[in-house]
Design a protein around this ligand. Structure first.
Ligand code: AHR
Length: 498
């Protein structure tokens, strides 16, 4: 007997799930770049870790944000071009680098390395320009260096450095957490800075480039800040609309839940905190709508994921990879689908080795974490039309709130095939879920499940990583097409229905 019900309203479309909703983020932090993506010990000429390239290539990452994070607002892009051995070595104000956690930046991995890496793994680059300690000229020069096809000194420098054709980078972030590490600005101050940068970076679109740029402002989890920012930036002195295509914020959760010490009550609190993503998206969209309702400004969450007490600056923000984190990612990706009408991108933090990374390297091994398996399972959603779901689920009271134990989202592809994902966040009990997909016959159902029989807090390593791959999920299909499946504790299902 089912105790949870998911009804998929196939005719109630929300919007296209932009593939960029499954995007990623890589910063010069700990072992993300050095020893993660790139290794000085590499036998490969280009310095990329081939095992990491292979895993990320398979994942079909749509977009990758770089070079930070806090690092971005202290980064001079010109340090990272030209012959590697001649590049300056700088302090890294925010993070230690590599295995030894050296608070210095060798600049061995710079603009060309990053953009070539993106080409290798087939992903769209998203560059974050320095607003905190930089100036608009520097940002505009970076755009010209990577994107301009004409006859300027900067474009020629790119060619001398080995790249004839422009890279055509579309996404440009103007600042990172400028309310904090990016300059401790108040919202009005950042709005004025944003306008100044957007003036110089944005005008290049019309005059010099034959493709559009999309400019991204960085907001805050404190939503009054976003309202004040939008009010100031949205004002159009002299009738000018400043280019602003997306507004982002960062949501990390799990700061008080040590993976090693937590129990099932802590897991519930952790999931509840992850689900706050829903509220953040709604509040960010409402700030946009309040001051720029006639403009098309998308919501981005360009840093998010678990951040446990194990992740400390001194250890490069490394923390164990577990099914708990993966479940939170599945629940959040479902939330993104439900907000496909306002969301344009998300970037989980971070791609390799840092925080809720998808890939971990240990010496010569590179392996997928459970969160990687969720992204892999959720692939069919990308580019589909998100559709509305109604969910009846058991709940558990947690800190005077109700944690919904079963969550889901659904989408339809251009041939009418429906894809439903569902997560059982309950680490204590299985739940039997009945899926009703409107207008589906249920003749052709393919169902997979992740993490059946796995301990939710077991740390993944090179030896056990393969045990987290998907299995077939047992389902029964009624005459009327209703699909019933028992979701074991702490599992994620992906069901395709014709
Ligand atoms: O992802 C780690 C850090 O978290 C980033 O540098 C910063 O933007 C955020 O606070």
């Amino acid at each position: 007997m089912a105790n949870a019900r998911v009804t998929v309203h196939t005719e109630a479309g929300i919007d296209r799930i932009e593939p960029e909703l499954h995007g990623h983020f890589a910063e010069h932090l700990g072992r993300c770049i050095y020893d993660g993506i790139f290794t000085d010990d590499s036998v490969e000429e280009d310095g990329f870790r081939e095992d990491v390239v292979e895993l990320l290539d398979d994942l079909e990452m749509p977009v990758l944000r770089w070079p930070g994070g806090c690092f971005a607002d202290d980064y001079q892009w010109e340090d990272g071009i030209g012959p590697r051995e001649e590049r300056p070595r700088r302090r890294n104000l925010f993070w230690g680098q590599g295995r030894e956690m050296v608070p210095e930046e060798s600049n061995r991995f710079g603009t060309h390395e990053f953009l070539e890496f993106c080409e290798r793994v087939g992903t769209e680059p998203y560059l974050a320009a320095n607003v905190g300690s930089g100036d608009p000229q520097e940002a505009a020069d970076w755009v010209e260096y990577v994107n301009y096809d004409g006859d300027t000194t900067l474009a020629d420098r790119r060619r001398e450095n080995g790249r004839e054709e422009p890279f055509e980078v579309k996404y440009w972030g103007l600042g990172n957490e400028n309310w904090g590490c990016g300059g401790q600005m108040d919202p009005e101050q950042y709005a004025r800075e944003y306008r100044r940068f957007a003036t110089y970076v944005g005008t290049q679109t019309a005059h010099m480039l034959d493709h559009d740029l999309e400019l991204i402002a960085c907001g805050f989890e404190g939503h009054d800040w976003n309202h004040q920012f939008m009010e100031e930036v949205g004002g159009t002195p002299w009738g000018v609309d400043y280019p602003l295509d997306h507004l982002t914020l960062h949501h990390y959760y799990g700061r008080t839940m040590s993976v090693a010490e937590a129990d099932e009550d802590d897991y519930d609190e952790f999931f509840l905190e992850a689900l706050e993503m829903d509220h953040h998206i709604e509040r960010l969209a409402s700030a946009i709508n309040a001051f720029a309702s006639t403009r098309d400004i998308g919501v981005i969450i360009d840093e998010w994921g678990s951040w446990h007490p194990e992740a400390q600056g001194g250890t490069g923000l490394e923390q164990p990879g577990t099914v708990l984190d993966a479940l939170s990612a599945a629940a959040v990706l479902d939330i993104f689908n439900d907000h496909a009408d306002v969301m344009t991108m998300s970037n989980i933090a971070q791609t390799v080795n840092v925080l809720q990374c998808l890939v971990e390297t240990q010496g010569d091994d590179a392996f997928a974490r459970p969160t990687y398996r969720v992204y892999d399972l959720y692939k069919p959603h990308k580019g589909n039309e998100a559709v509305t779901t109604s969910i009846e689920t058991p709940t558990r009271e947690v800190d005077d709130e109700e944690l919904p134990l079963v969550g889901a989202s659904a989408s339809v592809d251009e041939d009418g095939e429906v894809f439903v994902t569902a997560t059982n966040l309950d680490t204590r009990a299985a739940h039997t879920v009945e899926f009703t997909v409107e207008d589906a016959t249920g003749d052709d159902v393919d169902a997979q499940v992740l993490f059946e029989g796995q301990e939710p807090d077991l740390e993944v390593d090179a030896d056990n990583a393969d045990a987290f791959t998907a299995d077939e999920l047992d389902v029964s299909v009624d005459n009327d097409g209703t699909i019933t499946a028992e979701l074991e504790p702490a599992t994620v299902a992906g069901i395709s229905v014709e």
